[in-house]
Ligand binder design. Structure first.
Ligand SMILES: [Mg+2]
Length: 377
């Protein structure tokens, strides 16, 4: 089996007539007629050209040698982002497409090629921006979800004195801690609850928040400090009972090595569609497992990528929950050619279908393009 061609599709899905969610799809075609589809996330506008350049390096190779194809491109790109950043995210889209292809070519779901599944259903947690917390918690429960995350940080806080430093003023601190307690009261004690600080605070402020939120029994507090300094993060993690989660801006196993060796977090959250793909993230989860650290991937991508992520989440024992960003997105299921939603009772349900087990709804995606533009280029 030989790779013949790689094409991309970029679609900006509209909500109420206005462009909203941009999705970046990659398709790898073979000489034998089998193809696989992937998705790349958090890439810049040059990603289609980068994908075409990378693809030239694997034309003629056997797509079932997924790790070797990935590593062949990655090593050629060491001077152009082959260890972190958008280069890896572009490559990730190709990697996911190769897995879909490898599964289809062998007639098995991707999770089988990743070592098989520990679970049939992959638990999602809702990332929510809603401000009526008890109303949102009721909705979440009703739809079968068991965990939710809210944002705590406010870059526009009127209590901030300086937009550049990462310190927190007394009034800003109080308003954020009060908000956290209000959220827990609204949500109730039985939903798992996470809160995100988006790395907007310094080490002193981050630790003060983590300690002040200890009575809330959080599932985790996310990124109390920016991601660049593992030791600063570890200092907070080791000084609080609040579980600390980070890793959405790290890449590859190499990016997680220090974080795990220093046990600088309690939970890791790689973004699977950005940080290296299915094989790499399974390995990252395995690395975390030997420190008894749970794996709770970040995810802000379309349904295709969410399902790809779910294949990894099913294949590792230490999976905790996968992020779901589109609780109120009416177009969520439209991107896939499926009769029923891929999310049932707050979980992605995996099937025995080969590859990722789903296909894109090309009629819908084409209808979101400017007139006359073709989907795959
Ligand atoms: Mg986050």
């Amino acid at each position: 089996m030989k790779i013949a061609e790689v094409k991309t599709a970029q679609v900006q899905v509209k909500i109420d007539g206005r462009p909203r969610y941009r999705y970046n799809y990659v398709r790898v075609y073979t000489e034998e007629g089998v193809y696989g589809t992937g998705e790349a996330s958090h890439v810049d506008s040059g990603w289609r050209d980068s994908t075409r350049d990378m693809a030239q390096l694997i034309i003629g190779r056997d797509p079932r040698d997924v790790d070797a194809c990935f590593e062949h491109i990655r090593r050629r790109y060491i001077f152009r982002g082959g260890f972190a950043g958008t280069g890896i995210s572009v490559l990730t889209g190709i990697e996911v497409a190769l897995w879909d292809l490898a599964g289809k070519a062998q007639g098995v779901p991707v999770y089988r090629l990743l070592g098989g599944k520990f679970r049939d259903r992959v638990r999602l947690y809702v990332d929510s921006a809603h401000t009526d917390y008890s109303e949102r918690a009721a909705e979440i429960r009703e739809r079968g979800f068991t965990a939710v995350k809210f944002d705590l940080d406010d870059g526009q806080s009127p209590h901030k004195l300086d937009p550049w430093n990462w310190s927190v003023t007394p009034d800003e601190f109080k308003s954020i801690v009060d908000l956290a307690f209000e959220i827990r009261e609204g949500v109730g004690s039985s939903l798992d609850l996470a809160m995100d600080l988006h790395g907007r605070y310094d080490a002193t402020a981050g630790l003060k928040f983590a300690q002040a939120l200890e009575p809330l029994n959080l599932m985790w507090l996310e990124e109390p400090v920016p991601p660049e300094n593992i030791d600063a993060l570890g200092k907070i993690t080791h000084a609080t009972q609040t579980p600390i989660c980070a890793g959405e801006n790290l890449y590859l196993r190499h990016g997680f090595r220090d974080l795990l060796q220093k046990q600088a977090v309690d939970i890791i959250m790689p973004d699977i569609s950005k940080c290296g793909g299915l094989s790499e993230c399974r390995k990252i989860a395995n690395m975390a497992e030997i420190y008894f650290i749970p794996f709770a991937p970040h995810n802000n991508s379309s349904a295709l990528s969410t399902i790809a992520d779910a294949h990894v989440c099913a294949s590792v024992p230490n999976f905790l929950a996968l992020e779901f960003h589109r609780f109120h997105d009416p177009t969520w299921d439209d991107v896939l050619a499926t009769d029923e939603s891929v999310i049932q009772e707050g979980h992605v349900v995996l099937t025995e279908e080969p590859g990722l087990g789903v296909e894109l709804n090309e009629d819908f995606l084409t209808s979101e393009l400017p007139d006359g533009e073709s989907l795959w280029q």
